[in-house]
Design a protein around this ligand. Structure first.
Ligand code: EPU
Length: 427
């Protein structure tokens, strides 16, 4: 059996410019929301990642047609022939498949959805999604791993509701939002998630004709429109702040001077502040972000929080930076239990990290040392690549398929900046 690997060797400072692709966690939601209206949607700045292909397959199974018009441009055609069934073979491959629930329930009044899989870093329940939709008139029955959803109102249409989320869950906010656009009356989502990708979804829905107030705030007010009245639209996907942070981390551990074309500093303010405390100089301009780094990083303490806090998806990058920083840093994970599984892989590279429950204590060492490692999920995989840039000798990374789920040519982009990195196929 052949397996792809990424081979990384320590290189000198990085120099040049990279374009930041569209965000995985936006494009997948926009694609799902295209179930809401008939017509032809054109999405631009679409990242070339595996999850986009899986979501396209899922939407095809439901009744849409998708094609890549040119690199970065996708056309989705919805002619209304929708079968609201999301089959297990596709759903289990991608967490964001849960995002078809809101649009299908709002549009068709019923859905049959296998429970989603996703990343291997702990339990990821959907109770808040279901509770919110129940308040709008939906009922759910779980049978044989399949959630059967229906709307038990006289006209089989969801109705508006006042919903306060216990936690600003991204997925729950998105599903309630996309169901509410066709509901009768007004839905209020309090304590809503406010990630930039969620605002991107709101703007997409507004361009389709939805009525949404409070975009970007923790209180979304959605005035339902007549069923069938939304229309297709064209939209440019918001740049990926997590991919941008990955290139910042690469420069932080390698030194150098790089421009991230298209990166949105205003979507990463808290992170940029913390990076700055660690040493690198980052400046924002309308064209993107410029980063300059030289010398050893300084340790900081950091805790993950919902936006505008430090995203949990940045954390493996921060732990990697702390692993080679001067001093001791304490990292606290507030979103997922057990999202420290990659720590053992970093330890193989010589990192001094003690992780227990939600906390990790990272004692920086001057140098890591290259070794074979395996990517356990997308973000940890990318962080191990960055660790490889900071390690003497050769680091060989397997589990490359995880990185391909969310990174558009990470290896090619890093190589273009002067990193010593390549993909190899070995048996
Ligand atoms: N939660 C519940 N019940 C729910 C929903 C969430 O307990 O009904 C809990 C989760 O178990 C978790 C926390 O709330 O502990 C956060 O979950 P959230 O719903 O906000 O996350 P998500 O929508 O499942 C998205 C991203 C993740 C990212 C999180 C947090 C997508 C497809 N995924 O997940 O991204 O970590 O928001 O920002 O958008 C990734 O891209 O690698 C990734 C994992």
């Amino acid at each position: 059996m052949t397996e792809e690997r990424i081979v990384i060797r320590r290189a000198g400072p990085l120099h040049g410019e990279v374009a930041i692709p569209g965000a995985k966690n936006s494009v997948l939601k926009l694609m799902a929301a295209s179930l809401l209206a008939d017509g032809c949607f054109t999405l631009t700045n679409v990242p070339d990642i595996a999850d986009v292909g899986i979501m396209a397959d899922l939407l095809t199974a439901i009744g849409l047609r998708s094609e890549q018009v040119q690199p970065g441009t996708m056309r989705l055609v919805n002619d209304g022939a929708i079968v609201p069934v999301a089959p297990y073979e596709l759903v289990e491959r991608i967490r964001a498949s849960i995002n078809v629930l809101g649009p299908l329930l709002g549009r068709c009044g019923r859905v049959s959805l296998s429970l989603p899989g996703g990343d291997d870093f702990g339990s990821r329940p959907i109770d808040m999604h279901l509770k919110g939709l129940e308040a709008m008139g939906a009922t759910f029955v779980l049978r044989h791993g399949v959630v059967e959803a229906s709307v038990r109102t006289p006209d089989e249409r969801l109705h508006g509701a006042e919903i306060t989320l216990e936690f600003p869950s991204v997925g729950a906010t998105e599903n309630i939002l996309t169901a509410a656009v066709y509901a009768k009356g007004t839905t209020v989502i309090d304590h809503a998630a406010r990630e930039p990708e969620l605002a991107d979804l709101c703007n997409f829905l507004v361009a389709m004709g939805a009525q949404i107030e409070g975009i970007g705030s923790p209180r979304l007010v959605i005035h339902g429109v007549e069923p069938g009245s939304l229309h297709a639209t064209d939209h440019e996907v918001v740049p990926d702040r997590i991919q941008a942070a990955t290139y910042l981390a690469a420069v932080a551990v390698s030194g150098g001077e790089v421009v991230l074309r298209g990166a949105r500093g205003d979507h990463m303010e808290m992170l940029l502040r913390r990076f700055h405390e660690m040493g690198p100089t980052i400046t924002a301009s309308p064209a993107g972000l410029a980063v300059w780094a030289d010398g050893r990083l300084h340790s900081i303490d950091v805790a993950t929080l919902p936006y505008p806090g430090i995203a949990t998806d940045y954390k493996p990058l921060l732990v990697t930076m702390l692993a080679v920083a001067d001093g001791v840093g304490i990292v606290t994970e507030n979103l997922y239990p057990g999202r420290f599984r990659y720590v053992e892989e970093l330890q193989r590279l010589g990192a001094d990290i003690r992780a227990d429950g939600h906390h990790a204590v990272v004692r920086g060492v001057p140098r890591l040392s290259g070794a074979p490692v395996r990517a356990p999920d997308i973000r940890a995989g990318a962080a191990l690549v960055i660790a490889g840039l900071a390690a003497d000798g050769e680091t060989t990374l397997t589990g490359v398929q995880h990185i391909d789920r969310g990174y558009d040519d990470l290896v090619g982009r890093l190589a273009s900046l002067g990193a010593d990195i390549e993909r190899v196929v070995s048996s």
